[in-house]
Design a protein around this ligand. Structure first.
Ligand SMILES: [Zn+2]
Length: 134
């Protein structure tokens, strides 16, 4: 990463604190992660912010994780249906895997995902946690 990219990162920070999807202006389909072309063929998509709460559909627990995630072992990955019906996959934090069940109320939180020690950069991204903790 070149030095001049640091200000660009800081300028983009608000982006990391929102869940932004793309919605087709023609048929209304919502995509997360965002896409450039809708399945209806339209390329006219607009940004929409997704709700920050939903329910757990299913989850899986990873015991073998990459070195970047060793401190978070085991890693819980869940599929959450947000309150507007959009389904999003993400890491689940602040939860004990054996206490999670489909239907558990979840909320979006923004947590550190990467620390780049060489450049002092800290990247944030969305994760899910059970509402009220379990
Ligand atoms: Zn469409």
């Amino acid at each position: 990463m070149r030095h001049e990219s640091v200000p660009i990162y800081w300028r983009n920070i608000p982006h990391y604190y929102r869940l932004v999807a793309r919605r087709c202006k023609k048929c209304g389909a919502v995509y997360f992660p965002p896409v450039v072309r809708c399945r209806c063929g339209s390329r006219e998509l607009e940004n929409v912010e997704l709700p920050h709460e939903g329910r757990l559909i299913e989850y899986t627990v990873l015991h073998q994780v990459g070195t970047d995630f060793l401190k978070q072992k085991p890693l819980i990955i869940g599929l959450v249906e947000l309150s507007n019906g959009v389904r999003v996959t993400g890491q689940i934090v602040d939860a004990q895997p054996d206490k999670l069940t489909p239907g558990t109320k979840m909320e979006v939180v923004f947590r550190r995902v990467i620390v780049d020690g060489r450049h002092g950069l800290v990247m944030y991204g969305y994760k899910f946690r059970p509402v009220g903790g379990i």
